[in-house]
Unconditional design. Sequence first.
Length: 344
Amino acid sequence: MSSPSPVSGAASSTDRPARRAAKAQATAPAEPPSTSRSTEAAMAMRLVMTAVWQPAGGVRQVLVDRLRQSWYEMDIMAQESIRVGLAGTVVQATLERCYDAVVPAGGNAVDHLDACWCVWVMRQGSVQLIHAGGRLVANAGDLVLVPAGLRRTQRFTPGAHLLSLRLVVGREDGRRPFASCPPRRLPGEGPLARDMAALSATTDGDSPMRRAALFAAAVAAWWECCLASGWSLPASEARDARVEAALAVLRGHGRIAPAPWPALSAATGLSRRQTDRLFQSHLGCSPGDWLDQRTVERAATLLADPYLPVKMVARRCGFRDDSHFVRWYRRHTGRTPGLRSGHA
């Protein structure tokens, strides 16, 4: 008779939990095979970890927020609107346009007000930017950071060639992304220019997740470049109770300017002028501008979905009249909803 097996007899009682676990594993349903969408999600994570999480001299510590959970959101939103966590701040960024070409016909503009944050890498030619704070001239090889809401006159030389990125960006807490942000001229080589070039080279045939990952990388590089240029974050992240009360009123208002001043005064205990100064100090804009900017951000996010009609976007943004929405959006962004902008 053969001797007992080492795993039988008295020793088996100590192995019962392990045996039960092995049996449960054997009878459990097999995991479904990897789908193309999950493969794209994994690929996007690799792209972002390589392009965004890669530290550069220990400085570039950027977190792409919730990508592992929300990659499918980006697919639904036509990979042109993402939420990213940057320096502890959640930012909603929507891609308005990214191109590498000769400046379009609408590039030269007088007294132009743009709701988009712009980056120009001058490939060829030059540009003159005139604004209330002075004048900036950039030539071939320069990179220009242009803040949203800057009223300006911009003149490009004939045949000027740009690598251009136009973004609609908002912080989740309602503040402007940057408090002090005059236009800047920087060297045109670096991570931002490289990420913009990769994004501009994508086509409709590219994977949605590849485009989303490249866009996330470009936004992260833009944020880093803005901070390196001297643009400052809001002076205080501390919550002022009066500001929070006013923001609650504006979020409930849910419409474009004018702001509901009686409700704001009741919430803050301040006059209209005092409330306006409070907003300028903490958020860098007036209550009316805050409402308009939030609506621009929401509209841009919705318009990134090619299957959502403009009429539905107008309704979701609080407009009863489609033509009013079209005029309002064009005035604030320089483009007609559903069409590519002619601005630089």
